[in-house]
Ligand binder design. Structure first.
Ligand code: SF4
Length: 234
């Protein structure tokens, strides 16, 4: 075993206050080690990853980013928002018009709908971080292209790694298919717990779809309750 892994084990033992305790809970240590070793789940290639150390590093990098042409048309990049140790990480596709103007994620009508449902089931603001795959708005809300995604996804990789959420919840078809690496329809992907690279992922509809299809509100609510159940298991 290399030195890094030993250091990780010792760090976990210290963190759990197991040192000096003769009843070490090895299954808990093993679970924590698994969580520490979670690897990136997006398409980001190693050579594209920059050496960010903190969330503040990444905020500064995104704010100054000119890695793809979207910087020319954006009003503000949208980094993401929430606590630094969230239970749930919500990932959408890209900022919309309201987000572009404000520089904040999910603040338009659909974002307000999502937050309303979250609050109604007890998922409070201090429990989740919310961001998108792309940090700048594509003009006229068109679909992101592969060059934009390749350029931007190292930021998301770092956010996932650093925030280390209990559960990732993908919002909408694009984000769900991208994170789960599948072409399966969102109707098939939603409503179940996926495990990928030691991460727990739940896919659901984008709240903008719910605004257009009010009768599906209870489906989104059920998927968010599933997220909450997964969080409570940990
Ligand atoms: S979309 Fe991403 S890669 Fe493109 S300019 Fe914005 S932050 Fe940079």
């Amino acid at each position: 075993m290399d030195g890094k892994i030993w250091n990780k084990i010792i760090w976990i033992l210290k963190r759990e206050e197991f040192l000096g305790n003769d009843k070490i809970n090895f299954s808990k240590v093993r679970e924590n080690l698994k969580r520490c070793s979670r690897i990136d789940i997006t398409n980001s290639k190693k050579k594209d990853r920059e050496d960010f150390k903190t969330m503040e590093d990444i905020r500064k990098a995104i704010i100054n980013c000119k890695k793809c042409p979207l910087y020319l048309s954006r009003t503000n990049p949208v980094v993401g928002e929430g606590p630094l140790t969230p239970n749930i990480l919500f990932i959408g596709e890209a900022p919309g018009a309201d987000e572009d103007i404000s520089g904040r994620p999910f603040v338009g009508r659909s974002g307000r709908k999502l937050r309303e449902i979250l609050n109604s089931i007890g998922i409070t603001d201090d429990m989740f971080y919310i961001t998108n795959i792309l940090k700048c708005r594509p003009p006229n809300n068109r679909d992101p292209n592969s060059k934009e995604i390749d350029a931007c996804v190292p930021y998301l990789d770092f956010q996932i790694k650093k925030l280390n959420p209990d559960v990732i919840c993908t919002l909408g078809t694009f984000a769900s298919q991208f994170i789960l690496k599948t072409n399966e329809r969102i109707g098939i992907l939603r409503g179940k717990v996926h495990h990928k690279n030691n991460r727990t992922i739940i896919a659901t509809y984008h709240p903008s779809f719910i605004l257009r299809n009010q009768s599906m509100g209870s489906v989104l609510k059920n998927d968010l309750l599933l997220c909450l159940n997964e969080v409570k298991k940990l």
